[in-house]
Design a protein around this ligand. Sequence first.
Ligand code: HEM
Length: 578
Amino acid sequence: MGENAAATGATVALASSFMLYRLYQSILPKPIPGIAYDEAAAKSPLGDLPAMLRQNTGSTMDWIAKRARQHNDPLCQLFLQPLSQPMLVLSDFRESQDILMRRSREWDRTDWSIEIFKGVVPEHHINLKLGDQWKTQRRLLQDLMSPEFLNNVAGPNIWASTKTLLTLWAEKARIADGRAFSVVDDIYYVALDAVLAFSFGTAFPHRSLVPQLKLLQDLGDKSLEHTKNENPQDVAVFKEAPLDETLQATLHISTQVGAALQNVSVSLSYFMQGFSSSNRKLRKAREQQIYNEIAKAVARRQQQEKGREAEVRSAVDLMVDRETWLAEKEGRKPEYFSPVMRDEVMGFVVAGHDTSSTTLLWGLKLLADHPESQKKLKEALLAGHPAAAAEERLPTAHEIASTNIPYLSAVIEEVLRCGCTVPALERQCNQDTMVLGHPVPKGTMMLLLSTGPSFNEPRFEVKEELRNESCRAAGQDRQWDPEGMDQFRPERWLKEEDGEIVFDSTAGPTLPFGLGLRGCFGRRLAYLELRIIITLLFWSFDEFMKCPEHLSSYEAVDEITHKPKMCYVKLKTKQTGA
Ligand code: HEM
């Protein structure tokens, strides 16, 4: 009896240990065979997460790119979500280009990115997989990238907003008296003011830069404060005017996304954010603002139908027109105040300022740290706008948009390549497929890096037969000279043609806007914003000088975009025509 009991006990213990072992095995990451991964991570139910949390300096994307580099393979896998499929990381421009351009029916937006953006703009088309609904929502926006809208509405508003920035910075530089000052907020404000004016019309009552300028002009030298830790000998810190709640509410979206990205679970982060009364208040404020602006646009349209004179059309006016037209075509009533309309408007405002502001911040840092490139840029601008130079005035928005200045285009492209506002594109496969010769199961998510090997480090050698058929059929693509790939050199985008220096947009690998059907919708607007703001800044100030090292870090933080943690400028101010 005693022996039997002991034997039964041992069997139960063995069976329990076996069950526990099986249970433990079942919660361990399941690597996709043949694709590189971290052995230690595969032995922990939390996969790569502990290492990521330990080593992450604020930018998850930087950590992922570093990890991919350590694997020294164009394709590796990470285990970032417990109990989920691994995430692939692809570091090869040619294969990425093929997936984005030629395999977009197979590789679409990821559930992960949808979870992120659903928390802030749930009905925006960025959250849809390709299909009829995605097409319908894109149609609502179709007039917003027309040359007419860009040149007559967006351009002049970007110009006007930048003009305020020039005055503000001239004043700040005078008071700073040779010291550097942070421009992160000012750059977000200049783009925000512009996008609000061309989205809602110039009558939109709130601006973010104007109150800053007014405060500075009212207080003069007293606008300096040193409540922060920076050394007053190096840095001038200015008092800031509070922003209207509707503006705060728009800027807050980026902070919300950043918090979700830094959390182990995106949905948990949004759930927690839902308990914050200030979050709820800001969300309500932005929804109310959009509702009001749509209502005004509907009223303007009705006036126009009654034969009164049409105003210059804002983005919301054009969307209301498009919704009216779509409703007529589909035999339904227009739904001007639907959640789709609300989130498409919100998405346009957010995308219209966040991405280009981040790119500009990288641009200011890179150009200040490369005085030779800055000098050439200034010379090219002066030579490109002889009338404005002779008349000692700023080039107009129209002149800037319509003048081909190869060096300016090259600077913009190089800022996009080196700044890396969006360091990776994300895709998820909706069927079993192959990547670089490896079988990949349906539902796998993949990050396609736009930094690292191929882009600013020598590319990996990949056997041609491992590539996808469509990639092989497209043939070899251009690559950068490995010498100095990691350096900021706008000249790489220039070539000689018939004795003239011209800009070559296909000079080498770059993916700042993604590609294919899911590529950036606002690319043309982004180029226009960058063109106008960079031209006016480098036209107006003598020099953006190099800042001391401790103010020049290139560390980044991930919010909607990959933002520099700091951006200071030190200005020489003799202004030309501002
Ligand atoms: C320098 C500025 C910008 C950069 C670097 C940028 C970059 C990107 C990137 C990398 C993507 C993902 C592409 C892909 O997955 O293949 C994207 C998507 C998108 N961008 Fe931009 N963008 C910029 C400006 C803008 C602007 C000004 C707008 C509109 C006002 C805009 C609207 C969008 C939209 C709606 C999508 C999602 C498209 C979809 O999922 O169907 N972007 N952008």
